[in-house]
Design a protein. Structure first.
Lengths: 239, 239
DNA sequence: ATTATCTATAGATCTATAGATAATGC
DNA sequence: ATTATCTATAGATCTATAGATAATGC
């Protein structure tokens, strides 16, 4: 292995040996690229204080660089939020697309829904700095973030479609797929609120998944079956 | 009735006849006091753009006064948000306190829970400018808003307590009151998200209430009974 | 005299750009 | 030469205060 030639490689043992003018405050060996250091700092601050209340100066300070240096990596503050939002829905969305394709065949709808909720809850529970919080920022309503909102809408539609397939007849008769999707995604996102107070544990995941299934009218037995199907599905697909 | 002596009375027929220097842009006869005009404008803008992204100048402009004139009525921008938040949970909270006192006696727990959800959903559905959105602003995490957060926590605790009382044994065994409270209040607040896209109708209210009851494990029959109890409860109490 | 506005402005930001500089790479 | 930082700063805010002013009330 040739050392020092890789772009995203490990930092050298004890010397900076990095390209460009050295930072005034020397880099803490976090292993992240400057770009990712900035994104990480921005995420933490956006979540804590919101987008508009976070200054580019505060972000730079957290990284350990000067305010103007941000602009070498990003064209503006907006771009930071765009990047954070899109990289946070996309993974869920990709998994989900694979899942939904197999539904009317090898996989029960209730099992697929349970799997979707588990994946989504797990993703939201693991994101650094509880990035999911950003979905709720008022700034995200702006045109600048249309792409993200489209992705999120697709996720919600999937909740609606799977939920309706899994639902009992009486639920299907009174709750449209659109409404059900809104309710189910809202339930999954309970995790975001939870994380504001404490760590998320397995009992939380179980409670939320169970609630989603009951929301579709499933009986306790059907809930238990869907849970088993989801577990099988997820270990099989090795997601 | 003596005219022109009442504080919050109707404006005169066609003349301003109001105390203080007249506004540069003459008052649109909205019937609101200057203070309430400011609160209303602030609410609309906070909801649309967030707290930090809304300047005092923008608020003043919407009211039709100069930026500095805000400070005659409010000590600062924070105070506007404090006022908006507290006046928006308090009414729900007051009704809810009356409700929960009667529960272990004359009222079934499931009926009381259904009534609580209906009241809360209805309140959120009716607030001008969808003020509930403000609950989710990151700024509200600050100490400045402790009072509001305490009120909201009390509401959530009530959801947890009533939900647990109404819940079936299997739910009670796996979901703590704290978790259930978080889930139920989150469900009620689906309305807030809904209102971002469109008006809320009765089918929405029904879907959300139903989901809350099913979340507690109630069977379709039990849900129907709880619904009837809630309706009786609310018409009797003439809330 | 009291009230509710106004004008003007101080002082503190904040974003983004211009251009210099200190490393490495060739 | 290229890269990633730095310093310096322009120009545009934004919040809050000081003090003037135009009404009504007594």
């Amino acid at each position: 292995m040739t050392a020092g030639c890789e772009d995203g490689g490990m930092p050298a043992d004890d010397r900076p040996a990095r390209l460009g003018r050295p930072r005034a405050q020397p880099d803490t060996a976090s292993g992240l690229s400057p770009r990712d250091q900035i994104l990480d700092a921005a995420a933490a601050l956006f979540v804590e204080n919101g987008f508009s209340a976070t200054s580019t100066r505060a972000i730079a300070e957290r990284v350990g660089i000067r305010q103007a240096s941000l602009y070498y990596h990003f064209a503006g503050k907006d771009d930071l939020l765009v990047e954070l939002l899109t990289t946070s829905v996309r993974p869920s969305l990709d998994v989900v697309r694979g899942l939904v394709d197999r539904v009317p065949g090898s996989v029960s709808a209730a099992g697929a829904l349970a799997a979707l909720v588990l994946i989504d809850v797990d993703t939201l529970a693991r994101t650094p700095h509880n990035i999911g919080t950003l979905y709720m920022l008022p700034e995200v309503q702006g045109d600048r973030y249309d792409g993200f909102r489209a992705d999120r809408q697709e996720l919600q539609d999937t909740y609606g479609r799977l939920g309706t397939l899994a639902a009992t007849a009486d639920i299907r008769a009174t709750v449209t797929p659109e409404r059900l999707g809104g309710i189910l995604i809202q339930l999954a996102e309970t995790v975001i609120q939870l994380r504001r107070d404490r760590e998320v544990d397995d009992q939380d995941r179980e409670a939320i998944t169970g609630t989603c299934l009951r929301a579709c009218g499933l009986t306790p037995d059907a809930v238990a079956t869907a849970r088993r199907d989801a577990t099988a599905l997820l270990t099989a697909a090795s997601v």
